[in-house]
Design a protein around this ligand. Structure first.
Ligand SMILES: NC(=O)c1ccc[n+]([C@@H]2O[C@H](COP(=O)([O-])OP(=O)(O)OC[C@H]3O[C@@H](n4cnc5c(N)ncnc54)[C@H](OP(=O)(O)O)[C@@H]3O)[C@@H](O)[C@H]2O)c1
Length: 288
């Protein structure tokens, strides 16, 4: 039996909980800023309700702490997380972006941390329920700690992939989601804006600059990736949005440092010129 903590019971923390609690051989502990008594997830006409109790501390030791926070929430939450973990507690990090472990190497050892990529569009309904729009897909590195993490779940409905090229996958997801999301947040419109050739031109610049920055870190993303993303874009419905657009329309803070800001920071460190990315980043920052 393992003791598993889930820190941040928002959209992603709720989805992860839904799959985790199906493994009855483990104990689960929930940590969240505001009080919650249950998780309610709607998915394809099905409602899953999970009663939970928010804990302040636990007696005994956590084997795993699964952290599901937005990039800008981590700083404030970290001292609390530090008090809840033990030197042997393993951490799994669910958040958008790259270099996810770096936020936690001051409170635990790097080898205790698994970074993840989750693809599971999820929104909150007007009544506060979580609306899961698709099956969850999770990518983790091909490492033994990531294999141990997968063992915490018994559910075959959860699609896990282990890859030897995790960093490249992370960068590819970052480049696509940051490029689409930044343009959408700036224009406050979904994919329909990509009908405008001038917007497509901006999109191409963002992708190419993202590839240049990724490659400056030793990743190898081929130029044909741009063509691939343009083809993908053709199949997106006009109404397709992004988390950046959703946050912008709801007047919420953007996760800029997990998206376009992450590319800007590395470009600065590695002295890569990214004029379009910079311009869009500055505009988003001013209006955030
Ligand atoms: N939603 C999606 O579709 C989706 C998909 C893929 C990836 N992601 C990424 O997953 C990460 C998490 O996103 P999310 O959508 O789950 O965010 P979210 O819905 O805002 O959930 C964050 C949760 O963390 C809690 N929290 C914040 N600060 C805290 C603190 N100091 N101490 C304890 N709890 C705290 C919040 O509590 P309160 O209840 O008090 O607000 C909230 O329940 C982000 O990086 C996001 O980009 C999201």
């Amino acid at each position: 039996m393992k003791n598993i903590g889930i820190f941040g019971i928002g959209c992603i923390g709720s989805i992860i909980t839904k799959y985790l609690v199906q493994n009855k051989s483990n104990s689960h502990f929930f940590f969240n800023r505001s009080q919650k008594h249950e998780i309610r997830i709607q998915n394809e006409q099905q409602l899953t309700t999970i009663p939970i109790q928010i804990a302040k501390r636990i007696d005994g030791q956590l084997d795993w702490m699964i952290i599901c926070l937005k990039e800008y929430q981590i700083k404030e939450a970290k001292s609390n997380i530090k008090q809840l973990i033990h030197p042997d507690t393993k951490l799994a990090i669910f958040r958008n972006g790259i270099q996810l472990a770096e936020d936690f190497t001051d409170i635990t050892m790097r080898e205790n941390i698994v970074e993840t990529i989750i693809d599971c569009p999820t929104q909150r309904t007007a009544t506060g329920d979580i609306l899961q729009l698709r099956k969850a897909k999770i990518i983790v590195p091909k490492t033994s700690i990531a294999s141990e993490f997968i063992q915490l779940f018994t559910n075959s409905d959860l699609d896990f992939t282990q890859t030897t090229d995790f960093k490249t996958e992370q960068w590819k997801k970052l480049i696509e989601s940051s490029s689409i999301g930044s343009i959408q947040a700036l224009k406050m419109k979904p994919c329909i804006i990509f009908k405008d050739p001038k917007i497509i031109e901006k999109y191409i610049h963002l992708i190419n600059e993202g590839i240049a920055v990724a490659n400056s870190t030793g990743i190898n993303i081929e130029r044909s990736f741009t063509e691939k993303l343009l083809n993908k874009l053709k199949h997106y419905p006009d109404s397709k949005g992004s988390s950046m657009l959703t946050d912008r329309l709801a007047g919420k803070q953007l996760e800029l440092n997990a998206k376009i800001g992450a590319i800007v920071n590395i470009a600065l460190q590695n002295k890569i010129k990214i004029p379009t990315t910079r311009r869009i980043y500055n505009s988003l920052q001013e209006s955030d």
